[in-house]
Design a protein around this ligand. Structure first.
Ligand code: NAD
Ligand code: HSO
Ligand code: ZN
Length: 435
């Protein structure tokens, strides 16, 4: 039976454990990550291949870390047409959404006569994308990362994704990468993948930015390498809140609670409602639906729901909304009667899916919005992966003689006040030079 937690009766310690989820339990992974990163930093490829053999594929060789043209061809051959067309529909929607995100390359406005200010948007030169593969295949993640990077115009895009124990890279992920126009794929996973892309080795190029979801090992590596390279948003174990009221169908609430719970034992999936009758009915259906899952997925759900998730009973919709904003879930599904009426009150969530026809799996795959989202409470300040992850903005300015005349006194005054004599002099002396 899925646990039902009453918010009003929880101790501050229980509440804080619930909000912490699994993301912060990375002490042991941090010490492994430190060793692997140090070794790859010192010995490059020689250490890299040792760790690939140790953690992923015993037969790995440096020469075949990069996926070959033949493997792409084999993947194309082996994938069922139905999978290809599903990937294609997802590709089209995701591309459409991300193309609409693209800002103008140059925005320059005359904010006062003779004073032009704005910004210039430029893609980053290189990006290293991480597509996980431990507890599932993730061609959808391949699309969610490669498409925004491509649309943004990144010229050097590489992908790391772990192989299986026989060295095989997941074929649908290769087809997805090819669809997006990305061919530089390395069969590398976990810490060693993140370290290789951050530091560069003879075989794997160093990139300007790494992004992509991963388990606790990859997350530990990113934490250590923060400062060496831009490691993107914190995207760890999947998590969700299903927000429900007395009008929600308990079967739909139960089904959707299990969606993100099945990702792994660290996943945090919560059904938050103020309606006790709904909570009890949903709990009954959760037990029923759990029996329909394969054993390993059921075990993930049971573990996560009893440690990081479950059903949370509040005293009102307002209290539920306060909890949602405090928790800042990765995925939020709003199943209350009037979902648009609460939209304005939701401040912190990686994505907000409205109504019973917009379940999380559709957005995970093909709605078009990006499903790579901040976890661990970071939806408070981070956003979903988008083209903006791969773009940077430089301020641009231009002054006419009139504009300069308007600003010179203010500039000199502030420069003098701050004690920057050269700053003030560059303005003062310029006057005689510019006629
Ligand atoms: N936030 C998001 O947007 C989002 C999206 C998709 C998936 N996810 C999450 O990403 C995670 C993916 O994790 P995963 O495990 O499926 O794939 P993964 O690719 O992150 O992990 C596999 C790698 O872990 C490493 N590893 C495993 N055991 C190890 C050990 N004992 N020591 C050192 N390294 C070890 C291996 O090198 C392997 O390559 C899941 O938690 C999932 O919920 C998040
Ligand atoms: N729920 C994941 C993001 O947390 C995305 C995904 C891909 N496939 C299945 N789910
Ligand atoms: Zn999912």
């Amino acid at each position: 039976m899925v646990r039902i937690l009453r918010l009003a009766e929880m101790t501050p310690q229980d509440l804080s454990a619930l909000k912490r989820r699994a993301e912060l339990n990375i002490e042991q992974a941090l010490s492994i990550a430190k060793e692997v990163i140090d070794q790859i930093r010192q010995r490059g490829d020689a250490a890299l291949i040792e760790y690939v053999r140790k953690f992923d594929y015993a037969g790995a060789e440096l020469e075949n870390l990069k996926v070959s043209e033949q493997e792409f061809a084999d993947a194309r051959e082996s994938i069922e047409p139905e999978i290809k067309s599903a990937l294609h529909q997802a590709f089209v929607n995701i591309k459409e959404v991300h193309q609409r995100q693209m800002p103008e390359e140059i925005q320059l406005a005359e904010i006062d006569s003779g004073i032009f200010a704005g910004e210039k948007v430029t893609p980053i030169a290189s990006a290293g994308l991480y597509v996980p593969r431990g507890k599932g295949a993730f061609p959808s993640v391949m699309l969610m990362l490669t498409i925004p990077a491509k649309v943004a115009g990144v010229s050097k895009i590489i992908v790391c994704t772990p192989s299986d124990k026989n060295g095989k890279v997941e074929p649908a992920s290769l087809v997805a990468a090819e669809m997006a126009g990305v061919k530089d794929i390395y069969r590398l996973g976990g810490i060693q993948a993140i370290a290789a892309m951050a530091l560069g080795t003879g075989t794997v190029p160093k990139v300007d930015k790494i992004t992509g979801p991963c388990n606790v090992y990859g997350s530990a590596a990113k934490r250590i390498l923060y400062g060496t390279v831009d490691v993107g948003l914190p995207a760890g174990p999947s998590e969700s809140i299903i927000l429900a009221d007395e009008h929600t169908d308990p079967q739909i609430a139960a089904l959707d609670l299990l969606v993100e719970a099945e990702h792994g034992p660290e996943s945090a999936a919560l059904l938050v409602t103020h309606d006790e009758s709904l909570a009890l009915k949903a709990a009954k259906y959760v037990a029923e639906y759990l029996t329909k899952l394969p054993d390993w997925r059921r075990e993930f759900c049971e573990k996560g729901l009893s440690s990081y998730g479950g059903i949370l009973l509040t005293r009102s919709l307002e209290e539920s909304l306060d909890f949602v904003n405090d928790y800042a879930p990765e995925h939020l599904e709003v199943l209350v009667k009037e979902p648009f009426s609460v939209l304005g009150k939701i401040k912190n969530a990686g994505e907000i899916l409205l109504g019973p026809y917009t379940p999380i799996p559709v957005s995970n795959y093909c709605l078009g919005v990006n499903a790579i989202l901040p976890t661990g409470g970071f939806a408070r300040s981070y956003s979903a992966v988008s083209v903006f992850d791969f773009l940077k903005r430089a301020g641009i300015g231009y002054l006419t003689p009139e504009g300069f005349a308007k600003l010179k006194h203010t500039t000199q005054t502030l420069a003098t006040y701050e004690g920057f004599a050269a700053h003030a002099m560059a303005i003062q002396e310029r006057e005689g030079l510019l006629d």
